[in-house]
Design a protein around this ligand. Sequence first.
Ligand code: R5P
Length: 294
Amino acid sequence: MADLDGLKDGKDYGIGTPVQEQPFFLKGSNHLDWGMQNRLSRLFNPKSGRTVMLAFDHGYFQGPTTGLERIDLTIAPLMPYADVLMCTRGALRTSVDPALGKPVALRCSAGQSILTELSNEYISVEMEEALRLNASALAAQIYIGAEHEHQSIKNVTKLIDAGTRYGIPTLAVTGVGKDMARDARYFGLATRIAAEIGAHFVKTYFVEKAFETVTHGCPVPVVIAGGKKIPELDALTMAYRGIDQGAAGVDMGRNIFQSDSPKAMIQAVGAVVHELMRPERAFEMYQDLKAQGA
Ligand code: R5P
């Protein structure tokens, strides 16, 4: 029988004190449902509003690329320093410790290889599987201007619809169409299309000129991919400039795991992203950590 003795009537209702309601910290996400905002709060640090995503999904079309030959040996030691892991379900099940507790942006497209047309993708993960893997975000490419542009847009919209049903945000990754110039005009077009079809955040590349027009023309957060390996100071400078011009973080792979000291590099990138540490200072931090054997 329920213990009903000693129950006291409530008396402090805060009459006259309005309910405290904060706007959600992430651009374009204020009207999303609770589960969606909760997952976005795992993906983006609510204090800085930004994220360091560690991308190691390259194998789904590139095979064992440099630095990813053994994910268990090279990437696992970096995972504690990342805010988010971006990978395929194959990498997740074989090489990521479920007890680590890091949110996962799950690569949900496939269908091509470096030997064939890159834009020829389909949705390769069922929603049920994404839920089973406890994905915090679903990810697929949109290839604007490429041969399979239409199908790639369809892929992303399908993910958005499926994810929305269960409160899982979708990351649209802007894959570059073969004949398109990699400039602010192109990425402005691609990121805006991604946001308008309903992507909750968008990954794109940093460009030297007018990158702020890309971030400001996109009504949801933009994260930047690292691209091919460049010297560490240059990569830190790119991250700094991207953040300074409105990016909400990085989704970086090769410039971390192909670095001379990946552990030092991911920490230096983290300082740039979350503290807006100047690139020269972050490079010193990288060198210090490297010298200490990071
Ligand atoms: C590429 O297909 C993947 O989406 C990667 O996650 C993305 O390119 C980021 O990796 P990186 O910094 O090496 O360019």
